[in-house]
Design a protein around this ligand. Sequence first.
Ligand code: FEO
Length: 402
Amino acid sequence: MEAFEVKKDVWWVGTVDWVCRNFHGYTTSQRGTTYNAFLIKDEKNVLIDTVKSEYGPKMLCNIAHVMEPEKVDYIVVNHLEQDHSGALSLLVEKTQPEKIFCSTMGAKNIQKIYPQSKDWPIVPVKTGDSISIGSRTLTFVELRMMHWPDNMGTYVSEDKLFISSDAFGQNWATSEKFADEVDRSEFTRLLRRYYNNIIMPYSPMVLKKLDEIEKMNIEIDMILPDHGLLIRGDDVPNVLNEYRELALQKPKKKAVIVYDTMWHSTEKMANAVASGLAEKGISVKLFYLKANNHSDVMEEVWDAGAVIVGSPTHNNGIMPRVADCLTYMKGLRPQKKIGAAIGSFGWSGESVNILTEHLKNMGMDTPVDPIKVQYVPDHEILKKCVEMGRTLADAIIAKVEE
Ligand code: FEO
């Protein structure tokens, strides 16, 4: 996509990555992504963020559409992660900026990623610091741990623009530019998926930062995140509210069942638990881990009241995909959940105890005993699994009504 004007003299000069499916090596981006970067034309021309290294030449073309790259005076590095700083060396070389602004944590860490930056004109800034670039003032807001220590936002008061780094991003490659031009439910799904797979562990900090932004009493006409669609008009308060909801993780009448299976025994048990939950009005999301990625699971966990995990015993342990999913889930620190375990076994049967330990280590309540079965579940075991679903449903409803 070519450069376009977001507001008068504020240009998008990023790139669209239509092919990206592996995002940062740990999550998936089903619909590609974008690396948004912005160029503000004023007495001092300012470039805010760059793109992944391989897209550097394309970004230079986009800048050249607006002005000669040599005319860039300042670069703002809102975030050091390589999807936004990968083209920084190229941009510094081409533009020879007078100053490069980044957060204090960014200044502390930049040489560990780019040793050549020791010769760059780095200026560390903290929350509330402002610079005048002519007719505009840029004010910096540290967004520490949203999701790296160095994340920062840049507010342009005259245009009421908040350039928000990773916060409020979505992985979605589109030819449309603004969230109000695309399917609403898909936008919300991808905003949530991004949060739940990347920002969720820092939810307490997100709540504090949202309060801080609210207290600053700044007017925001547009939020410009570093990934996906730009946000304007009514969508601004909507995404701020959405982030608050995501960070609060208030449980709903919903359960996630995640399992792997060898000869379908654990799968039959998972389906029986799902029946018991659904019978009592709980919305169930069932994930077979050979058909779903751990990121698909996490898209649904944030507002679930319960997480039920199933694995047969395999070599005295649990199935590898279940171990992967639980490790990933633990890192994302889901809150306010009930947990339960099920699983079949052939001759040793350790899986359900291992699963229960994992759930407890995540701080989940485990109000029901795990269910295990040797080889194949019979009618009686499946009835027990349905009953487990009903009991968990009552516990979820009690939690929702707390
Ligand atoms: Fe979009 Fe933390 O990088």
